[in-house]
Design a protein around this ligand. Sequence first.
Ligand code: F0G
Length: 450
Amino acid sequence: MSMGEKTNAEKVFLRLHRLGLIRPFVRYSFRLRKEILQGVHYNTDMVTNQMTYVDLITDSFKERALPQRDFQSKSAFESSFISLADTFSQLFGYRYSLPVSQGRSAELILAKVLVKPEMVIPNNLLFISTRYHQILAGARLIEIPVVEAYDLNNDSPFKGNIDTEQLEGVIRKHGKEKIPYILIETAVNASGGHPVSMENIKKAHRIAKEHNIPLILDACRLLDNACLIREREQTYSQKSLKEIVLEFCSYTDGCVMSASKNYYVDTGGFIATNNEQLHNQFMDVVMVYGDGLSVRAKGKLNAAIQYPFKNERIINDRVNKSFYLWKKLEEAGVPVVRPSAGCAVFIDTHQLSEYIAPDQFPEKSFLVHLYLKSGILGSENLITTGQDEKGISMLRFAIPLKSYNVRHMNYVAKHIIQTWEERKQIKGLKKIYAAPCQSGKFLAQYQIIE
Ligand code: F0G
């Protein structure tokens, strides 16, 4: 073979890489990774995607590069002439919708319009930004997931469910005037990516309707949730994602949604409702604050939200990869959160504090050690205050859509297992600076305790 000629394997690899289907295996040296860690003061959240070999910090394309070339500008341009609201209604069934720049903008609008001080919001454990919007609007969160959600070792298939008995109790106690809505997250990130069953959303719907309280979804990872319903709820085993999603949404009155986790898009979210008056109020907020989207961004969003319904395998693939990695870790004795989730692998870290003192940031220390050894990044899972008080802590290794292949998963498994086995040797961290505000911890600086 002459110089420059490529083997078949190389050709296939290059073709896939050119299509953006897999990241090249380019790994910085150990010395460089050490310097990078020193440069970010051992805060792995600050290590950029480009400096990472396998980046499993987040599955959000808002925070990371899209794996594939953007939707062709032509198709995005064409689809911008089709109403985005119509596309959204067709896919999710809500009568009215507004596109916004990201999930938390939708959360802000919802809370601004409906929440008044002293109100309470029953929920099944929410994402940090969702929680803050309710709190900033003066409400109190009442966390009532099923009790298994707090047991990381329990194998129940639907640990994302809301406890419907407790929900009735909360409504009896506070009265419907004090409850602007019931908020249910799908594929609940805080408890370990667990799905909400169709049976549970139906029950929650019945209760909400009886008391005339809106039931609102955080539909951020609704497609992973739908995929797990198909796997775990017998009646749905032959249904398409579209059918499952439409039925699921039909039991709710509206949703807020970040589009950058389940769809190939780095900007976008939605707020949707079946109530015209409410929609008008949402529109008024958007008029004041803006939707943060260009015409082009709306066109891309239009094309992006249709894509996984026509190509279900991209969602199935991520659910399968999550399970593949989860199984490998489980078999090697790493304490994975049970059962497997659809969008990430979570590790129960309470054992780490036997080796690294709790005030020396055991989870962060683990992540530093792992990155140094392998170039892999994960994150501390963002749990709720209630979970924290129960002594729960987790690491999250998010599996972004279509970004990594099985070779990457094997590599990740090997290094997480090794790091877990080396946990006795991991050095703790000392915090040396954090800005005195809520978000300060995300930018905090640390030192290794030698
Ligand atoms: N809801 C959930 C369940 C989320 O996971 C996120 C973001 C949001 C809402 C907010 O959406 O980023 O578009 O404003 N999750 C990212 C993550 C950041 O890594 O889990 P956004």
